[in-house]
Design a protein around this ligand. Structure first.
Ligand SMILES: [Zn+2]
Length: 419
């Protein structure tokens, strides 16, 4: 094996500011945030009007949220030099357009990080904003704008799409409900193992009509080329796909199947908690204390988590939680089985067992069973078409809430590869 070679350590390239046209001149590291003081590399002293050399008249600071480095929200504190032309008195400042869009508050890298975190890692805008140390609206606007620009720049993005992913994202929780955006992804490169998924479009709203209209607006050739549509549990997408793409196979995404089962488990735990203790879970309550362990894949439990679960399950009143947990674990195990054939059989057995008489008290499992029964073909279709998933299925259940554990890793493989 070839010996690795090393370059001289360089903070500018390490912190990704060199490609922003900046150089770091100072740092301030606090426990929960970091500030990097920067200068603009290009002096930029020539008058825009007459070409004469300008005289420096001091600096102004532009603050930009940057990618979180070392887990800390990181701000670039960019000192920008101002000049006045000695001949015509025009005033200007150094050009920072490589670092960020005009008036933007996020560096160009931060915008890509945010877009990738949202679309691929399914982080919420709230979490992304926390990671960047920026306001919710700032991040929301930047992500929408970046998505739009990167899409418009690539008219060829619809060519050769055979596996289409459609997915709803909760864009924002408001007092009156939630706002949704429908994200449409090309999963063909994932299936073929040729690269990352590509973002095709983001459309406001979530309904059958949103997806149907979108499909309708594409070319006949595009629609005919689609072989598989990977989707979440939202029935509207399924109906739209059936009407617009009758030849395509619908596949329900493993991530969403596991999420449905996880939600059933959460609801069961909360109900039993309420019935046994008469109040919502608080710290110190045994069931509440297991809420993370319950949703962790059984083979990934720590010894401590394992013991805590066993202790909770020995209590008679918790038998319904244990029953629901067992089903949840069987579903996880089916997806984690390296053999797709065996995984399919395992999940088929789960769906079949939920179809038979489930005790009436297990109301969460009954309702889960109804959904699974209705979507059985779509759920099982995944095993015949591995790779047709919207997300990194290998990460399923490695941490609470599915794949939140992937949130910070691998962010260099940003969806849009062009910057
Ligand atoms: Zn001038």
């Amino acid at each position: 094996m070839a010996k690795p070679t090393f370059a001289i350590p360089d903070i500018d390239s390490f912190c990704l500011v060199d490609r922003l046209g900046l150089t770091i001149t100072g740092q301030r590291i606090e426990e929960h945030r970091a500030v990097l003081e920067c200068r603009v590399r290009d002096p930029d002293p020539w008058c825009r009007d007459c070409g004469a050399e300008g005289v420096s008249i001091g600096t102004v600071v532009r603050r930009l949220a940057h990618v979180p480095l070392g887990w800390r929200p990181t701000t670039l504190w960019v000192r920008i030099r101002r000049y006045r032309c000695a001949d015509c008195a025009r005033v200007w400042r150094q050009d920072t357009s490589s670092a960020a869009a005009p008036r933007a508050r996020l560096s160009r890298h931060a915008v890509l990080w945010a877009l990738k975190s949202l679309v691929i890692d399914r982080m919420s805008i709230t979490r992304i904003a926390a990671g960047l140390g920026a306001a919710w609206h700032t991040v929301n606007d930047a992500v929408l704008e970046a998505g739009r620009q990167l899409l418009i720049d690539d008219p060829a993005r619809f060519d050769g799409v055979e596996v289409l992913g459609v997915d709803e994202h909760c864009w924002r929780h408001t007092g009156r409900g939630s706002r949704f955006v429908t994200v449409i992804i090309d999963l063909t490169p994932i299936r073929d193992g040729t690269g990352p998924a590509r973002l095709l479009d983001m459309v406001e709203g979530r309904s059958k009509q949103v997806f149907k209209s979108w499909l309708d607006a594409q070319t006949r050739q595009f629609r005919d080329g689609i072989e598989v549509v990977a989707m979440d549990g939202f029935t509207g997408f399924k109906t739209a796909a059936a009407e617009e793409l009758p030849q395509a196979t619908a596949v329900m995404d493993p991530f969403h199947v596991v999420a449905l089962a996880g939600d059933a488990l959460d609801r069961c735990r909360q109900r039993v908690q309420q019935e046994t203790l008469g109040h919502r879970g608080r710290s110190g309550d045994p069931l509440y204390g297991t809420r993370r362990a319950l949703r962790t894949g059984a083979d990934l439990l720590t010894e401590k988590q394992h013991q805590r679960l066993q202790k909770v399950f020995t209590v008679d009143e918790h038998v319904e939680v244990e029953a629901t947990w067992r089903i949840y674990q069987k579903i996880v195990a089916a997806y984690r089985n390296p053999s797709k054939r065996q995984g399919r059989q395992q999940l088929e057995a789960v769906i079949e067992s939920l179809r038979r008489a489930v005790p009436r008290r297990l109301q969460e499992l009954i309702s889960l069973g109804r959904t699974f029964n209705r979507r059985a073909a779509d759920i099982l279709a995944y095993f015949d078409r591995p790779g047709t998933s919207n997300g990194p299925t290998e990460a399923i259940c490695e941490s609470e809430g599915g794949w939140s554990g992937t949130g910070w890793s691998g962010w260099m493989s940003v969806v849009p590869t062009r910057v």
